[in-house]
Design a protein around this ligand. Structure first.
Ligand code: FES
Ligand SMILES: [Fe+2]
Length: 325
């Protein structure tokens, strides 16, 4: 199962939040993820630099590791025929390959991606032709300037699979219009009438004022943003969660949450429990919408200018996105 070509084209030229730097304590520590059908790996080198590559051996395209995090030791060794690569991507040995005319090890290094570190997070994008990272993240960066996220440490990765196309889930993420009917517990924490989503470039910022009587113990208190095409940024009082909305197939999406906290070992059960409740509610409505969309016989109706401006932005960006080559 693979996402469609149009989705893959959108993701191939986007910045993706792959991991947190605290997951790369030593050289050889890696995080591997499949992003819109493309297996990727980020690994810390002997020189301390975190690099990212396609998780694909240049011989016959075996991945080096399954998706996940761990240590690959001092080199990346292909499990298929044993080719060995340095942590900077150079091919060190085409193990037992034998003599071959024209074999050029220098041309068979791993396919590299662009990497940007931002406030403790590792982002990957295309090696060439990437959108300007600083401009893309700027609306978030400005609002998060006082958030001490560099001090936070990786605590958990939690995932949920949803039977809908990724765009349905993103659209749902982009409006608070559905909060009162769909999320009663969340609705009890916020003033739904004052819910606003503001747009800046390719970022949407949610403003959901807390009810005064709930302000002391509410889980959601902080920055709540979305950055094109698929990243939710949820900042709490003592930590944050990066919400990657990743397409698995035409009608299948994985929500992939990375949590960092000031104290990763503290009890974060309330945060996880609230997230599970809200996610289950969003999953149910998105899967129901998907079934009607997949039937293909009815078009969607108008978007509310008051509530759904960010949905409009997302659709406009999708329409302007590169098309498959
Ligand atoms: S595919 Fe990697 S060594 Fe053959
Ligand atoms: Fe929701």
């Amino acid at each position: 199962m693979q996402p469609g070509a149009a989705t893959a084209a959108v993701f191939a030229v986007s910045w993706q939040c792959l991991a947190h730097v605290s997951q790369f304590a030593q050289p050889g520590d890696y995080v591997a993820e499949t992003v819109a059908g493309r297996p990727l790996i980020a690994v810390r080198g002997e020189d301390g630099t975190i690099r990212a590559f396609r998780n694909a051996c240049r011989h016959r395209l075996s991945p080096f590791v399954d998706d996940g995090a761990g240590s690959c030791g001092r080199e990346l060794t292909c499990p298929y025929h044993g080719w060995r690569y340095a942590l900077d991507g150079r091919l060190k040995a085409a193990t037992r390959f034998g003599p071959a005319d024209g074999f050029d090890a220098g041309a068979l290094g791993l396919v590299a991606l662009g990497v940007r570190l931002w406030r403790g997070w590792v982002f990957v994008g295309p090696a060439e032709g990437a959108p300007d990272f600083d401009a893309w993240i700027a609306p978030v960066a400005r609002r998060a300037a006082a958030v001490p996220m560099e001090a936070w440490r990786f605590a958990a990765r939690r995932t949920h699979e949803v039977a809908c196309r990724w765009s349905v889930y993103v659209e749902n993420y982009l409006e608070g219009y559905h909060v009162p009917p769909i999320h009663p517990a969340l609705d009890a924490e916020i003033v739904a009438d004052d819910y606003r989503v503001t747009l800046e470039d390719r970022v949407a910022i949610h403003h959901a004022p807390l009810r005064p009587e709930r302000a002391a113990d509410a889980v959601y208190d902080g920055l709540w943003a979305w950055a094109w095409p698929n990243l939710g940024i949820n900042v709490y009082r003592d930590g944050m969660m990066m919400e990657r909305i990743w397409p698995l197939g035409e009608n299948r999406t994985r929500l992939d949450y990375l949590y960092v906290f000031a104290d990763p070992d503290a009890d974060h059960a309330a945060t996880f429990a609230m997230s599970d409740v809200v996610t289950a509610e969003d999953k149910a409505i998105c899967e129901a919408v998907e079934r009607n969309m997949a039937a293909g016989d009815i078009a969607m109706g108008p978007l509310s200018p008051r509530h759904e401006g960010a949905v409009r932005l997302f659709r406009d960006l999708l329409a302007a996105a590169p098309t498959p080559k």
